[in-house]
Design a protein around this ligand. Sequence first.
Ligand SMILES: *[C@@H]1O[C@H](CO)[C@@H](O)[C@H](O)[C@H]1NC(C)=O
Ligand SMILES: *[C@@H]1O[C@H](CO)[C@@H](O)[C@H](O)[C@H]1NC(C)=O
Ligand SMILES: *[C@@H]1O[C@H](CO)[C@@H](O)[C@H](O)[C@H]1NC(C)=O
Ligand SMILES: *[C@@H]1O[C@H](CO)[C@@H](O)[C@H](O)[C@H]1NC(C)=O
Length: 632
Amino acid sequence: MFRIVLGCILWASVAVSFTLPDKCTVFSESHNECNPVAPASFLPAFQDTAFKSKIRSEHTDGSSLFADLLEALNVTQSEFFAPWLGTWPDAIDWTAAVIGTHVSGATRSISQDPIFFISNDHDTINWRWTSNLVDKYFTQLVGYYFGQDAFAIRNEAYDDMLWVVLGWLETIKLVNTYDELYFTPVGANLSEAAPGAADEAFDEIINQPYHGTTWLPAFSHRARIFWDLASRGWDTKLCNGGMIWNPRLLPYKNAITNELFIAASISMYFHFPGDDNESPFSDRPDNFNPTDPDSDRSSGPRDARYLKAAVEGYRWLRNSNMTNEQGLFVDGFHISGYLDENNNNTRCDARDEMVFTYNQGVILTGQRGLWDATGAPSFLKDGHRLIQNVIKATGYDLKSDSPIEDLSELKASVLPRWHGLGRLGIMEEYCDASATCSQDGQTFKGIFFHHLTAFCAPLETPPADLKLLVHDRAFTQISRSHAEACKSYSGWLRHNVLAALETRDASGRFGQWWTAGLLAGAWTGAWPTRADDKIPDDPDATDYRNYGVPDNAAWRSSVSMLAPAQTPRKYGSREDQIPLGRAAEQEQTPPGTVKRGHNAKDPNNRGRARTVETQSGGLGLLRAYWHISRIP
Ligand SMILES: *[C@@H]1O[C@H](CO)[C@@H](O)[C@H](O)[C@H]1NC(C)=O
Ligand SMILES: *[C@@H]1O[C@H](CO)[C@@H](O)[C@H](O)[C@H]1NC(C)=O
Ligand SMILES: *[C@@H]1O[C@H](CO)[C@@H](O)[C@H](O)[C@H]1NC(C)=O
Ligand SMILES: *[C@@H]1O[C@H](CO)[C@@H](O)[C@H](O)[C@H]1NC(C)=O
């Protein structure tokens, strides 16, 4: 069977680098000499006295960062979410799905660290405050379940569908985490403690799961429907596999759709509990691996179909030659001569060299999940290599843990050097400095940080039902080096956080161009345009995400074939992405004043300025720093 074969091969690779004692098995169900330490039996954190004694110190150490994270989440929801519509009205379908993902992730983070909500006695957690906060965001997410335009997204591109899958799986993780932490039945039994005083109905109420679990079937159903729809984008006729981006354009196999398919598939494998809801569509994917006899079986938890999709997707992507000399993912491939009848080419050979931040991010969730499922360290290695390439491309040196250029030599009117994905150690999208980002581009950096957070979560032994064998010593070793590598990214994250925090306006809304947070106090020059932002122009790089899909033979077979509503917007037109109330001609408008008192011009007031998407960038970044900086 597929899974077992995979397990053997991949665990064998662990054995190569970490010698296995003869008798030892890895992840066996019983504890033996290889796994001598029984896991501590579950004790809710709030009953743990050691935990209580930590309260004071952690509160003083981390509370200002935690407060910034809470504020970023609050601003996201109070400034941009409309409860009566159940959505963020200025977002578009896919960006809303991503924002929901951030809100689920951040709410889960808060629920894991309630120690910052301390009662007046400084010794206990105030659960009223915690649950009021968690439920506030959870009910907003439920609102968004109905506010999401699921019917529209069915007709959008495959990547749009997969953001939906990742979003609801993230909400499922929030519910499960909260439930497991605080609502796992603790065996409270009032009728036993005081016979006759309380009846059994009471005990049942006390032992209820978190009420959020009521929504798991709904979220699971939405995730399953969209995975099914998206999996039709898998195509083996061209390029030996891979997902197609958009069924309404010439075949384009890009990084994002494939990374999403890998990340969504492996996340389905772990977090999708099954779904027997046949409504509104009961059709199963019919073209993902048609030779798989199981592909129309109704699914339950740990459906091997999803693991298989993730593994095949990863294999394809890794062999697709989609990284450049800096080790960064470029955007994707067209098939040259596709429209030419005399050309039989089916290879992905026309590469778009454009580099976006989010293409370096989503795959991290895939790599982490594939490690969790298989125990093959190569997935973690690939991920760390990519992260380190990204950090380097922002102009940051991990060895010295500082930006490559000396900040003190910064000239007040010269834009710092471009390193491939940022400058001065701060991550930048190509469109940031010139303030020419579309709504798409404004969403990207936050996505990178969301997936970095997922990747850098502490390693855990696989859930028992996977019946994977784990070698303890190898596992400990890998866990330690993973944690150390992740921890080493904190200085870079901190540097980015400090800059990003400086871009907040008086309402606490984050700006798009974080580097400006370092420059704002010192900058005297004119703000850069796309022509003088020091980013080299590459004729092979098409920034279709920010400036629209070109109206040419590389991208479109015939524009007239498409109904206007279906036509992806054209290169150079950004009208549809200017937020309400802000006309295009207001671009490059001047000077607001940034929050922290200096009278510098506000570069983040240009272009689309501050939006729910730029806000989500700040939220994703703060959350990554919150988790990664606290790795012990
Ligand atoms: C959230 O923001 C709103 C609007 O700015 C404010 O009224 C409210 O007090 C904030 N809530 C928290 C918990 O910070
Ligand atoms: C509580 O204790 C009573 C009496 O021992 C027992 O009948 C009942 O099943 C227990 N309920 C739960 C939920 O454990
Ligand atoms: C990978 O892509 C680059 C850029 O298009 C190209 O120069 C190179 O030949 C490709 N390598 C392979 C092995 O196809
Ligand atoms: C394409 O296929 C045709 C018919 O099979 C063949 O005659 C021709 O040589 C092929 N062209 C190329 C460029 O391979």
